[in-house]
Every structure is written in structure tokens, then in C-alpha cells.
Design a protein around this ligand. Structure first.
Ligand code: ATP
Ligand code: LTN
Length: 327
């Protein structure tokens, strides 16, 4: 039996090179030797104020981009979270066994809620139990994500273990899989903050669908410092971030990159990085345009996946309902 992989992205904005380097690209490497399931988690994207039409178009865009990045629907299942209602059913059941204290320790919630405690929806607080439901519903072994989601996958493990202890062995306990390089790409306008879909700012991120001119402008304006020399130094976060993106996309070693840029300046690095990024995203954009020319194709892929996933979902939910006494 192949190990099962599950991961997802929220359609909360346009997918950027951080999502690509930290997540999607790493989903491609095991397309042959794992049983892969990738989701567009539209129910996660409603935990903050949003526009329903933008959610719908963003969800379709994300599915098409998954395929354009190389996630061949013949080799993996691609689907939309809200098309399988058991995600929310299981999330409720898991919410009931998840201590408040565990959720209160989630750093992403603490960062996001800030001073807005009276205004944010409760969904933002319990969101990690929905993420746990996504993963546990499919009995996934591995969850390839960026660094910011590691804590949520660890929480998922704790919830699975608690459930199994309390009600009997129902769930596979999953492992997070975090990339060595590029697990946390930083904002190009502010290298101290994570690159995010939902962060405003024209020059914050490079989207996979950005045109070459926008890519060039964003990278050439990337915030660095006034020091000299191109070296991997975490104390120089702007430079470190550019080098990390360069390294993730070229696959070269640190020393090789430092030698290549010896005696050169930030402008040289930025110019080369522009070329590397454009070369990576151009073929993705060409495939995206082809795919979206036929909207019925995406519908077919999504419907077929739901059909194939049904038996897994039914088996897990049958076990869960029985174990919990809902018979
Ligand atoms: P949002 O701002 O709406 O939360 P996001 O850009 O943080 O969006 P998510 O949908 O939360 O993206 O994350 C999708 C996947 O991309 C996750 O695996 C996450 O860890 C990864 N990821 C997100 N941002 C980065 C980043 N800056 N660097 C590396 N990986 C990232
Ligand atoms: N919470 C994740 C997205 C997400 C996810 C998942 C990732 C929702 N469910 C299951 C992996 C597995 C985020 O990136 N914000």
C-alpha cells in the first residue's frame, strides 16, 4: 500500500511563489509513489471577512493552478473542501474533544487575532480542528506544508491520538513534511513578515499568474539593506529571502550560489532572480491559459475526484460515528 498524502491551500487570494515553493512544488515530487489528495480548502477561507464571488473565482483559479503546476489529475485527486460535507461534520466531532487550551496555544491565531478579539468569528479560533478533520478524514500519513502550518499538523496528531485513546483506533496519526529550503518565504516589501495571499501591498508578493513586468518591478524593489556582498546571512533577512527563492528554484548549493555572485551587487542578484522566477512561472501560466479555455474540464476533474474519494470518506465516518456512539 502506498502512503497517503494530503494537503491544501486556502482560496483567500492569488497563489504566490511562497505557496509554490513551500507547498505545491513539494507535492509534485511524490506524485508516482504516494496516494496523493490535494484540496482547495474553501471553508477555511471564510474564517475572515470575504467576498463570495471572489471566493468562488479564487477556488476555480486555485484548482486550475494546481493542474498547471503539474498536479496531473490522472495521478492524484484534486477537489474542493465544500464539495464533501463530511469535513464539517468531522470538524464538529473533533472540536468536542479538543481542549480550548490547545487551540489557545496556536501562534497563527494569536498573530491574526491581535486586538480584534471582539470582532473575529469563532471559526478563526476553531479553524485548526477543521484542518485536523481534512487530514484525518482521509487517514493521511504525510502532510507536506510550509513552516507556518507545522504547529497545526502537530495539533492534528495530538487530536488523533486523543481520539484513538478515548474511542478506539480510528485515525492514522499523520506526520508534517516541511521543505529544507523555502519553508518560509518572506514578504518582498517586508522581509520580517511571511509572504501571504491576504497581505495588502502592490509589491508584497509575486503571484504565479503575475505578468513579467509585475514580477520585475516587485523583485527589483524588494527591500534589502545597505550592506555589501551576496552571502547567506540570516541577519540580513531581505538578502537571505532573495537567495532562498533563488536557491529553491535553481536547486543549487549555498556555496555555489555565493561563488556565482562573488563581487556582484544586489542589483545583479535581483536581475538574475527575475529571470529565474519568470522562467519558472511562464510555462505554468501557459498551461493555466490552456486549461481555463475549457471551464467544463475543471468541473469534470472535481466531480471525478469526489466520486473516487467517497469510499475513503464513508469508511472513516462510519468508524468515527460508531466509535462515538452515533449509531
Ligand atoms: P493567507 O494569507 O490567506 O493565510 P497564505 O499565503 O498564508 O494565505 P495558505 O493558504 O495559508 O497561504 O497556505 C497554503 C500553503 O502554503 C501551506 O502549506 C503554507 O504553509 C504554505 N505557505 C504559505 N505561505 C508561505 C510562505 N510565505 N512560504 C512558504 N510556504 C508558505
Ligand atoms: N490551514 C492551512 C490550509 C489547510 C491545510 C489543510 C493544509 C487546510 N487544511 C490540511 C494541509 C492539510 C493553511 O495553509 N492555512
Amino acid at each position: 500500500m502506498k502512503k497517503r498524502v494530503f494537503s491544501g491551500i486556502q482560496p483567500s487570494g492569488h497563489i504566490h511563489i511562497g505557496n509554490y515553493i513551500g507547498a505545491v512544488r513539494n507535492w509534485l515530487v511524490n506524485l508516482e509513489d504516494r496516494d496523493n489528495i490535494f484540496c482547495v480548502v474553501d471553508q477555511h477561507a471564510i474564517t475572515v471577512p470575504y467576498d463570495p464571488e471572489a471566493l468562488h473565482s479564487g477556488t476555480r483559479e486555485a484548482v486550475a493552478l494546481y493542474i498547471a503546476c503539474g498536479l496531473d489529475p490522472q495521478k492524484c485527486r484534486l477537489f474542493v473542501q465544500s464539495h464533501i460535507p463530511e469535513h464539517t461534520e468531522l470538524a464538529w466531532l473533533l472540536t468536542c474533544i479538543t481542549p480550548m487550551g490547545w487551540l489557545e496555544r496556536m501562534t497563527q491565531f494569536k498573530d491574526r487575532v491581535g486586538a480584534r478579539r471582539e470582532r473575529v468569528g469563532t471559526g478563526l479560533f476553531v479553524y485548526p480542528t477543521l484542518m485536523a478533520a481534512d487530514i484525518l478524514l482521509y487517514q493521511a500519513h504525510e502532510v507536506p506544508v510550509g513552516d507556518d502550518q507545522k504547529q497545526h499538523v502537530e495539533l492534528t496528531r495530538d487530536i488523533a491520538e486523543r481520539f484513538n485513546r478515548q474511542f478506539g483506533e480510528v485515525f492514522t496519526v499523520p506526520e508534517p513534511v516541511i521543505p529544507q529550503v523555502g519553508a518560509r518565504i518572506m514578504g518582498l516589501d517586508d522581509p520580517t513578515a511571511k509572504m501571504s495571499k491576504s497581505t495588502e501591498g502592490q509589491y508584497h508578493s509575486v503571484g504565479l499568474l503575475d505578468d513579467p513586468d509585475k514580477v520585475r518591478k516587485t523583485i527589483m524593489r524588494a527591500v534589502t539593506d545597505s550592506q555589501q556582498g551576496i552571502v547567506f546571512d540570516p541577519q540580513r533577512p531581505g538578502l537571505f529571502n532573495l537567495l532562498t527563492i533563488y536557491q529553491a528554484l535553481t536547486g543549487q548549493e549555498n556555496a555555489e550560489i555565493e561563488t556565482h555572485f562573488a563581487g556582484k551587487g544586489y542589483g545583479d542578484l535581483k536581475k538574475e532572480l527575475v529571470e529565474v522566477v519568470i522562467a519558472e512561472i511562464e510555462p505554468i501560466q501557459a498551461r493555466y491559459r490552456e486549461l481555463t479555455a475549457d471551464p467544463a474540464y475543471i468541473d469534470e476533474v472535481l466531480a471525478e475526484s469526489v466520486e473516487k474519494l467517497r469510499p475513503i470518506v464513508d469508511a472513516t465516518m462510519d468508524g468515527v460515528r460508531r466509535a462515538m456512539g452515533h449509531r
